[in-house]
Design a protein around this ligand. Structure first.
Ligand SMILES: Nc1ncnc2c1ncn2[C@@H]1O[C@H](COP(=O)(O)OP(=O)(O)OP(=O)(O)O)[C@@H](O)[C@H]1O
Ligand SMILES: [Mg+2]
Length: 164
């Protein structure tokens, strides 16, 4: 497990970080996003989509549990905010998405703890009390594939001046 903590100073930087993640994505990648309402999870997914070459702009999928966006790879965007029963999540047939050839980005992924693969990239977003436009983003890699991905993201984040 490796961790990188960085800070974005406005929405565009969060989108740009997502864009880099999307560009570096491989088939089967899994991104678990957590953080309070409005911290920027959907902004990050918007960037991931753009980095994957998706031509439309993802919006919050709250009323539909899974949205699919074709790009260089298929992006599955999920949001578990409205799911409070683990059974409901289990009923979604997640395996088809998680172990397919696409890329999964899941908002409120912590609600499905125990149902998701151990290997993933976790992105935890937090408000910065002193700055309305800033967010702390803690990125944790679980598994070899994600250790490597995090290394690449770390280099980009430094170039983008997002590291503390
Ligand atoms: N540094 C930043 N990064 C991302 N979003 C920011 C930042 N600063 C301000 N914002 C604003 O915060 C909001 C983030 O909204 P977004 O829908 O992405 O949040 P969310 O985490 O997906 O919320 P929800 O839990 O409701 O799905 C947007 O209105 C965006 O403009
Ligand atoms: Mg959202």
């Amino acid at each position: 497990m490796t961790t990188l903590t960085l800070q974005t100073h406005r929405e565009e930087q969060t989108v740009a970080l997502g864009h880099r993640l999307g560009a570096l994505s491989q088939a089967g990648d899994l991104f678990l996003l957590s953080g309070a309402l409005g911290t920027g999870k959907t902004c990050l997914v918007r960037g991931i989509a753009a980095g994957l070459g998706v031509s439309v702009r993802p919006f919050s999928p709250s009323f539909v549990l899974v949205r699919q966006y074709p790009g260089r790879l298929l992006l599955y965007h999920m949001d578990f905010y409205r799911l409070d029963q683990l059974a409901e999540i289990a009923d979604l047939g997640l395996e088809d998405y998680l172990y397919g050839d696409g890329v999964c980005a899941i908002e409120w992924a912590e609600r499905a703890r125990g149902l998701l693969p151990d290997e993933h990239l976790r992105l935890a977003l937090r408000y910065v009390p002193s700055d309305e436009q800033a967010r702390t983003i803690q990125i944790t890699a679980e598994g070899e594939r994600y250790d490597r991905l995090l290394e690449e993201v770390s280099m980009s984040a430094r170039a983008m001046r997002l590291c503390n």
